[in-house]
Design a protein around this ligand. Sequence first.
Ligand code: ATP
Ligand code: MG
Length: 448
Amino acid sequence: MRGALTVSKMMIKNFLLPRGTADILPEEISRWHELEQKARIVCKNYGYREIRTPAFEETELFARSVGQTSDIVQKQLLSLASQKEGDGSNSPLSLRPEGTASIVRAYLQHNFIHAEPISKFYYLGPMFRGERPQKGRLRQFHQLGVELIGPAKQNEDLNLAFLDAEVIGLCVQLLRSFGVKGFKVKINTLGTPQDKQAFSSYLRKVLKEDLKSLAEEDQKRFSENIFRILDSKKKECQQIVKKIDFAKGNYLSDFSQKYFEKAKSALRDLRIDFEEVPYLVRGLDYYNHIVFEISHEALGSQDTLAAGGRYDTLVQQLGADPQTPFSALGFAIGIERVLLVADQPATPTAEVNVFVLAMDEKFLQPAFCLVNELRQAGISADVNYQLGSIKSQMRLANKRGAKQVVIFGEEEMKEHAVSVKDMEHGQQNKIVLNQVVDYLSKIFIKKG
Ligand code: ATP
Ligand code: MG
């Protein structure tokens, strides 16, 4: 027998979740629900509506938006291997690594430009990146993000800087509502696309000397997309970056400088503390003007909670009329990282208001029917079908946090009644069975 057991044990594979993913267990889900609920309220107050896009899109969409040379596209895209022929298109598909590209795609596809002057979207959902898993870095993680997209009346409009401040303000407000304290807001400007070009030439000039001392990966960044050097995670590279005299580069146009000043002044109006970080550029290609990150020390090396910025030219890059200038900006908050630092308790058990217990097998059927009626009346209720002593069953009721316990006992049932015990005050009443739902409704269902 023993031998047979070993053989069958060897044949049964124990499945574990894929690396870099996580099960969100029932005891943790209340924290997610609470966060999601707060997110919906705050976003609604700021005039945003929820949008849900598919978990995968054409790979090309991400390459064209996030950038061919970004880490996300070069190393982290999780592509779908099997595509059936005749599914309408043979374009390769990938799981979405972020939300912005999909939302701009949806904005254009559904013609929002003609529906409203400015579209304010928020989204909440899983993102996928083939990264090396570590604390705070998963391969499936969740983001709450917002995107604000609309045609711009003119090419250079200083007043739009209010929107940049407003969006950063919304990000801060969301984090506060989630119970996160002690975060840091860092901002920078990349200027107009022309300024970005000048910025890139300046970086090329000052970093040329140091090129040889950079790691191979960063040397590649130098030639392919020099901005990527500024957000390199390599220590040696970061030291070189810290020595750059950004002000000397003088790459920002008059307008971009004024725009940055106006955004900062609006942030001060919102009483948001921030730090200017001249080497903050973000890992994605599509940004211009204001970029920002919000970090939290307690997170250790993966310390960014949220990040975003302005991406005016992306809408045209993804197919909008090149004659129409756009104003577009947004951010994404990493939910798992927020939950690591948020001040919010978990709920260890599934609580119910009413627990029903039967003292004999013949009462299981009426108990079964009562619990069903209670639930239909909108009262959370559960029942125990595994008979036991009153003491052990009361322990179960306590564990479930029941406020009232209904007991089907021999004596009471002779009179077609049950005992209903108030767990807080210890008081016990005999109630006729067909009045129990009414009796408990008066306690639990608030009128009006
Ligand atoms: P990082 O520099 O930490 O890699 P990123 O620049 O890739 O971040 P974004 O693409 O801007 O980050 O995503 C916004 C937020 O989403 C991050 O600040 C973080 O909170 C969260 N996030 C990004 N990648 C992951 C991941 N692999 N696992 C968990 N959260 C993530
Ligand atoms: Mg990353």
